[in-house]
Design a protein around this ligand. Sequence first.
Ligand SMILES: *Cc1c(COP(=O)(O)O)cnc(C)c1O
Length: 370
Amino acid sequence: MTIVPEHLEGARLTIDLGALVANWRQLAEMVAPATCSAIVKANAYGLGLEEVAGALWEAGARVYFVAVPEEAVRLRAALPRATIYVLGGLFPDCLDAYTEFDFVPVIGSEPELRNWERHAETFSRPLPLALHFDTGMNRLGFAVEKARDIADRLRGGRLDPLLVMTHIACGDTPGHPLNQLQKTRFETVRQSFPLVPASFANSAGVFMGPDAHYDLVRPGIAVYGGRFGPRAGDHLRPVVTLEARILQIRDVNAGEGVGYGARQTTTRPSRIAILALGYADGFHRIASGSDGKPGASGFLHGRTAPFFGRISMDLAAVDVTDIPQAQPGDEVELIGPNRPLAQAADAMQTIDYEVLTSLGLRYHRTYISA
Ligand SMILES: *Cc1c(COP(=O)(O)O)cnc(C)c1O
């Protein structure tokens, strides 16, 4: 008997690059004539940097953002001609990597700016950068009040600003007053850089309407089919399917506990299916079932299979008492057409972003090509 690779893993993750590309194209059309970039930090939100970036490049995406230079090095190997911004800024101990691989640091502090200026003195060409202003998130970025000074300082100098940007703190809450305040502050910043392209919107920002698009938008989660706010994702296609195989099904008498800590007790004679998937695969333990609090649920043979008891490192149990067809070897859908990503995220008391970026490394990963 031949062993097919697919049969070696406990669970299967299918990533639909066609859906992902369709999502990106839809956003790109929505924001045209603004440029639609792609955010591929954190291994492309857990889905595979090289595969995702390759598909988006084919679709026409030319501008990419990663978080740290390590990701930028990987991305450069995959996309020799892309524009690559490093959101984490300029790491002072590896300036040569930025120039060697042609990364654009997103600079938001005085030491970074000074280091890049000094580095630029050794080049005959101006070095590119993006300027990040903090308009209310209090994370990275220059203070808004610094804009004029920085603009004066860069004029005719050795640095070439490609982008002026800020990042929205409350995009998931469309009516939040901070959204408008950040926009107003960003307008002030822009006045100091009238000729530099501007970028304001992440996924949520794309849906705030045309006056939030400026010259370039930076959607991440929307491209990956995830939720970013109340009316998010309505027209976007799901990208990820996760299915785990059933290793065993056991008959459990009424009144027995299942799994570590015996946290959930059968109230009837039950059939419990043991899945080859656990928290080591990114299916967080908080989605366990317990007496009085239901956990996540899977789906097979057209029915819901609730998690039963604690999720452990490599295993999880689901109740298949009402699904007599269930048998070992069956695959239970945990994320997919019948179990939306958002539902898994809710069961894990987190956001779609965290579910995706937690997806484990031991899945059999299949890519449906674009
Ligand atoms: C991650 C990130 C994005 C993308 O955000 P989404 O909510 O996933 O669209 C955009 N801009 C910056 C600065 C980011 O860090």
